[in-house]
Design a protein around this ligand. Structure first.
Ligand code: ADP
Ligand code: MG
Ligand code: ZN
Length: 472
């Protein structure tokens, strides 16, 4: 029998804030020593009260907008009780009853085509501390307690490991480019819920949940292992499947049972009376929308509307440094399609010659914008612009100064051009004769000689006009 893989993800993302979610300790909890980024509140001292960090709400809303969710205007916090040394209060502040975002959707491109994954909800919560096991003792480090997280829960819509990795890759690039999270090592962690069912069946199978995965490669391996384990259990009755929590061991490539799945009742959730409900009114929502950077999908649409081809859009989107470089160049007053051509054709060409890729592009958008501007204003032609770009890529010169120093600016100065034309005409009596006898090609040759003499630094239209006058 063929079995279909079914996966739902719960993804925790550390938010990019200056401070923790309920106190003023530093946002990432990255102290230089264990327990030097803690205060009485986040280390769970009796009597300390949480104070909501407004920025956490804003980033959670932005994430919800990026994932096409409903933003719930009334949102509350709940206490999730469990006793474990990494949790100083013995409860985690999270959202159960009124999460901040619900019912979203994200579309993925995979080798099978486009797939839509439904987002069940996004909620805000605090992170727990870290246990460090060493020798005879275990140590607890509270630097990470109360670091703000959002948890993004999908519906069980994934049907392959490839889709899961595509989703996580998209989320990561969206959140990094949108300033939601830096998504550095360990700042994006997943619980992967897996089950299988006979192909064509409408019911879901018994699921296992692999906890706390952060490497995409390990997630991919874990899914493949777990799929086979479930199939073997159903097909060959190797074991009885039970709903449980498992961990993946990277060395053996296998998953191991950790504990039976807790149910909601095990956590004795109840509303956190120390935190007021948060009301998101229209005005605040509009402010957040206005501040939200465009997502990759929205950006791709803008590029499309500007007439950039699908293939070029894909190139631009493949590396968020490139699309940011383009956006910054455009923000400096350059035309979108034009700037994209400079980046995709000229910059890429220069890099390729040196055996480099876009990832190595390290020039300032100001410099590219300065070159484009000189071309637009007719100070230099495109060929000269490209020459300057090479110098910028290779030795980071200042384009305007470089242009001046090397005499590359077009000498729009009529008398200089006229002098050159006179010189060329004096040396090409035969060509003039040919031209007068109706050979238009002869003018082309004279024009070329003038351009060469001027080393491409004069405005071609002006040369042509002056040459015409003289010949006339
Ligand atoms: P719980 O409350 O037990 O955590 P949820 O309904 O919140 O369960 O689901 C948690 C995650 O598990 C979600 O991402 C969901 O899509 C996924 N999930 C639920 N049922 C299954 C299943 N049978 N197979 C795979 N994933 C599932
Ligand atoms: Mg759950
Ligand atoms: Zn604190």
């Amino acid at each position: 029998m063929k079995y279909e893989l079914v996966i739902g993800l719960e993804t925790h993302v550390e938010l990019n804030t200056k401070s923790k979610i309920f106190c003023s300790c530093g946002g990432h909890g990255t102290g230089s020593e264990p327990n030097d980024c803690v205060c009485p509140a986040c280390s769970g001292m009796p009597g300390m009260l949480p104070v909501m960090n407004k920025r956490v709400v804003e980033l959670a809303v932005m994430a919800g907008l990026m994932l096409n969710c409903n933003i719930n205007r009334y949102t509350t916090f709940d206490k999730k009780n469990y006793y474990y040394p990494d949790l100083p209060c013995a409860y985690q502040i999270t959202q159960l009853n009124h999460p901040i975002c619900t019912d979203g959707c994200v579309s993925l491109k995979t080798s099978e085509g486009t797939r839509d994954i439904r987002i069940k909800q996004i909620h805000m919560e605090e992170d727990a501390g870290k246990l460090v096991h060493g020798g005879k003792y275990s140590y607890v480090d509270f630097n990470r307690t109360s670091v703000p997280l959002i948890e993004i829960v999908t519906q069980p819509d994934f049907r392959s490991a490839e889709e899961v990795v595509a989703y996580l890759t998209k989320l990561r690039s969206m959140f990094i480019s949108g300033g939601i999270s830096e998504c550095i090592e360990g700042a994006m962690r997943c619980d992967v819920n897996i089950s299988v069912r006979p192909e064509g069946s409408a019911e879901f199978g018994v699921r296992s949940e692999i906890k706390n995965m952060s490497s995409f490669e390990a997630i991919d391996r874990a899914i493949r292992y777990e799929y086979q384990r479930h199939v073997n259990a159903l097909e060959f009755e190797t074991e009885e499947l039970v709903q449980e929590t498992r961990r993946f061991d990277e060395v053996s490539g296998k998953t191991f049972a950790m504990r039976n799945k807790e149910t909601e009742a095990d956590y004795r959730y109840f509303p956190d009376a120390n935190l007021m409900p948060i009301i998101i009114n229209d005005e605040w929502l509009e402010q957040i929308k206005a501040a939200k950077p465009d997502t990759v999908d929205e950006k791709a649409e803008q590029y499309r509307l500007a007439g950039i081809s699908e293939k070029e859009i894909e190139m631009l989107m493949s590396n968020h440094n490139i699309s940011r470089f383009l956006d910054e160049t455009v923000a400096l007053g350059c035309n979108l399609k034009d700037a994209a051509a400079w980046i995709l054709t000229d910059c890429a060409g220069i890099l390729r010659k040196d055996g480099k890729t876009f990832a190595d592009l390290a020039i300032a958008p100001e410099k590219l914008a300065a070159i484009i501007k000189m071309v637009d204003e007719g100070k230099i032609n495109r060929g000269v612009g490209k020459k300057i770009l090479v110098a910028v890529v290779e030795s980071d010169v200042d384009p305007v100064a470089y242009c001046k120093e090397n005499g590359l600016d077009q000498k729009a100065d009529t008398s200089t051009i006229e002098a050159v034309i006179d010189k060329v005409l004096a040396a090409n009596a035969q060509a003039i004769e040919d031209y007068k006898n109706g050979k238009t090609k002869a003018k082309q040759a004279l024009f070329g000689a003038c351009m060469k003499e001027l080393r491409g630094t004069a405005d071609p239209a002006l040369i042509s006009e002056l040459l015409e006058n003289k010949l006339g």
